[in-house]
Design a protein around this ligand. Structure first.
Ligand SMILES: [Zn+2]
Length: 179
């Protein structure tokens, strides 16, 4: 499927807007591991990936370590495939990032392992999915907690009742991340 074919079926799609969201999601995930605050990305990733991230963070915490991703930035991201996987559209992205990859002791904040002298370059394949009927008229975007309408640019937390919800029903959600 080409980008043009996707736009014909989903007129809300734009390549630049999508890739900006991809870069932002990726940076938020690494930052949330570094700051031990995974809740921030709960609504942006699928359940299975969230479980993997939780296990990674639990392992670091059991060793009293903090994973650092210093001087993190995304060098490039590009769409490598778009597929119709009923009831989803699935997009794979190649994302190249650069950062210093090392660990510190959580208590003393002292360096433990890895490279804190120079940045390394990493290439990731990210898989995003969006429900095909997400933009159709009549699909209501309501908070599962209180029923209030959800803003399209929402943060994943209801502004009225504080419920955290998954945006899977109407937005691109990261399902998988391979290095
Ligand atoms: Zn609510």
């Amino acid at each position: 499927m080409t980008i043009q074919e996707l736009i014909q079926k989903d007129n809300t799609f734009s390549e630049s807007g999508f890739l900006a969201k991809v870069d932002n999601t990726y940076i938020m995930i690494l930052t949330s591991i570094m700051t031990e605050n995974l809740k921030r990305v709960d609504h942006k990733v699928g359940n299975e990936l969230y479980q993997q991230l939780t296990e990674k963070l639990n392992k670091l915490q059991s060793q009293n370590e903090i994973q650092m991703y210093d001087e993190l930035n995304v060098k490039d991201s590009s769409i490598i495939s778009i597929e119709d996987k009923d009831p989803y559209y699935e997009i794979k992205v190649n994302l190249i990032s650069r950062y210093m990859d090392y660990k510190i002791d959580k208590t003393t904040r002292e360096y433990k392992s890895g490279n804190n002298q120079s940045r390394i370059e990493k290439s990731h394949i990210l898989t995003f999915r969006k429900k095909k009927n997400a933009n159709r008229e009549g699909i209501s975007r309501k908070c599962p907690g209180c029923g209030a309408s959800i803003n399209a640019n929402s943060t994943g937390i209801c502004q009225y009742c504080g419920t955290i919800y998954n945006t899977e029903d109407y937005d691109w959600v990261l399902q998988d991340m391979k290095t």
